[in-house]
Design a protein around this ligand. Structure first.
Ligand code: DAT
Ligand code: MG
Length: 149
């Protein structure tokens, strides 16, 4: 089953939106695989955002993600990566569609609430970066057959 990493970033945690994010992903039908509430170290932040190193916003991004705890989660489902990014909305909140998290709860790209993996390959890589294999729960939901075809 396709997996994706979701972070409720420090702004989402500080604003009390962890539940809102989880609720929307549950409601969508995605299945939670792992969750961990943590203070992100500079090392983890730099590895996670290595692809953005050298960009003008990189330093701000590292201080933002390490500024306060985050809620890290792995979710799975058919097309989980695309489904979660759709629920998050576009990177820039003012370009995010109404009804998406970033539209409904954010204004600026540097405070856009959540992270979600951008491809199935990066989903695998990011889940492995944030969680040990033993922390991923392999389980079945009674509703799976009514959500997964
Ligand atoms: P996403 O988080 O939608 O995958 P991304 O991977 O392009 O977006 O960028 C990672 C994060 O970096 C993004 O959530 C917010 C920040 N960011 C991206 N582009 C930015 C910009 N032009 N100015 C400030 N922050 C930016
Ligand atoms: Mg990204």
């Amino acid at each position: 089953m396709e997996k994706t990493l979701v972070l409720v970033k420090p702004d989402g945690v500080q604003r009390g939106l962890i539940g809102e994010v989880i609720s929307r992903l549950e409601r969508r039908g995605l299945r939670l695989v792992a969750a961990r509430f943590l203070q992100v170290s500079p090392e983890l932040a730099e590895t996670h955002y290595a692809v953005h190193k050298g960009k003008p916003f990189y330093t701000g991004l590292i201080s933002y993600i390490t500024s306060s705890p985050v809620m890290a989660m792995a979710w799975e489902g058919p097309d989980a990566v695309a489904a979660v990014r759709q629920t998050m909305g576009s990177t820039r909140p003012t370009e995010a569609a109404p009804g998406t998290l970033r539209h409904d709860f954010a204004l600026q790209v540097g405070r856009n609430l959540t992270h979600a993996s951008d491809s199935p390959e990066n989903g695998e890589k990011e889940v492995a970066l944030w969680f040990k294999a033993g922390e991923l729960v392999d389980w079945k939901r009674d509703t799976d057959r009514w959500i997964f075809e």
